[in-house]
Design a protein around this ligand. Structure first.
Ligand SMILES: NC(=O)c1ccc[n+]([C@@H]2O[C@H](COP(=O)([O-])OP(=O)(O)OC[C@H]3O[C@@H](n4cnc5c(N)ncnc54)[C@H](O)[C@@H]3O)[C@@H](O)[C@H]2O)c1
Length: 349
């Protein structure tokens, strides 16, 4: 049974990491850390973590003998430093996305990524969605023929939520990017997994809600991170892609649409329905020119935390996202911002 310690017990730790660990086999939640004492104690009480395994300083959690592996669920600017410290202590790491606030900072993990000394994973959570794993198998079998293009939309309206304060997500030095690092990075990682490596990008990003009330105050402060990003991609293998990522799409709570077009078929999925694929595959479908729904077989279901625990227990982990993938995506995020700023294509190679 591997013992897991979580640094940062905010939104994602409580909504995803902890519940999935509790439902998993072969691992357990052992220790937690947060600088917010109230949140630390509340989470500790809820999950029966003894007070001596509730830490305010993350180094104490990393160096705790009882902790075998560390999950980093803090704001983006802390990921690299915390990962470096965990790796130096010989602890396996699972790092939330995006890897960092920019590629320069993320590059501090270059040599580790090239030659990992401990098991490591990045939380590109969408890789664990059954529809994505099934789509990967269909693509790998060549059933779509030669891939021509991919169209991706991630539409949310969360920027308009009146009660959202100027939290770390809206400040560049803490977040690096806005909707791009929050949502877009998942779809960028998926594209690299399903289609191949990106060769160049051309983007336009912007901020719609320019000011928000500062935390604990009525004073307004400037939003510094992107609310939307529309971009074109050329992949190394000749595929072309369009991405529309926004938190300013009124009427959309969470629409995630992925469409992949090939010479022999189409796959389309909406990640609000992760057990379904829409397809047009083979001669009969193509002739009738209709999409239809197929159910994703059960064998494609695995949770993110179960895979991390399987990794720690030495089991085979297919499509495992790693820090190396996090680095590739960080490079693309930087390229998208640069492209938008300079109004030109940016090469990734
Ligand atoms: N994989 C996904 O789908 C997904 C979804 C949401 C968030 N995330 C990522 O998870 C990370 C956290 O996001 P969140 O929404 O949970 O944020 P959050 O603000 O709700 O939680 C972050 C927690 O980290 C704590 N913290 C800050 N500095 C700390 C420090 N030095 N030591 C210990 N704890 C510290 C905060 O007090 C807070 O409790 C971000 O990187 C975000 O991008 C990923």
């Amino acid at each position: 049974m591997v013992n897991i310690g979580i640094i940062g017990v905010g939104g994602i730790a409580n909504s995803t990491h902890i519940p999935q660990i509790l439902e998993s086999n072969g691992g357990q939640l052992c220790a937690i850390c947060d600088i917010d004492k109230k949140r630390l104690r509340q989470t500790g009480k809820k999950y029966h973590i003894p007070p001596e395994l509730q830490f305010e300083n993350y180094l104490d959690l990393i160096n705790c003998e009882k902790v075998d592996a560390v999950e980093i669920c803090t704001p983006n600017y802390l990921h690299v430093k915390m990962a470096q410290d965990a790796i130096a202590a010989g602890k396996a790491v699972n790092v939330e996305k995006p890897l960092s606030v920019n590629f320069g900072e993320a590059s501090k993990l270059n040599s580790f990524a090239a030659n990992p000394t401990v098991p490591n994973m990045m939380c590109f959570s969408y890789r664990f969605m059954p529809a994505v794993r099934y789509a990967k198998e269909i693509l790998d079998k060549g059933m779509l023929g030669k891939i021509i293009s991919v169209n991706v939309e991630y539409l949310k309206s969360s920027a308009f939520s009146k009660d959202r304060r100027l939290e770390w997500r809206f400040i560049k030095k803490y977040a690096g990017t806005g909707v791009l690092g929050d949502l877009g990075v998942h779809l960028i990682d998926m594209a690299q997994l399903l289609i191949g490596e990106m060769k160049r990008v051309c983007a336009t990003c912007g901020i719609v809600i320019k000011e928000r009330p500062k935390e604990g105050s009525k004073e307004l402060g400037a939003v510094e991170t992107d609310d939307y990003c529309n971009f074109l991609v050329d992949f190394e293998n000749g595929v072309t892609g369009t991405f529309s990522i926004t938190r300013c799409a009124i009427g959309h709570n969470n629409t995630i649409k992925y469409q992949i077009f090939g010479t022999k078929g189409v796959i389309s999925f909406d990640l609000t329905r992760t057990d379904i694929l829409q397809v047009c595959l083979g001669e009969i479908d193509t002739e009738s020119c209709g999409m239809h729904e197929i159910k994703v077989p059960k064998r494609f279901s695995i949770s993110q935390e179960q895979m991390f625990i399987d990794l720690l227990n030495g089991k085979e982990c297919s499509l495992l996202p790693t820090i190396a993938d996090g680095l590739k995506c960080q490079k693309i995020l930087d390229a998208l911002l640069l492209s938008s700023e300079n109004k030109q294509w940016v090469d990734l190679i």
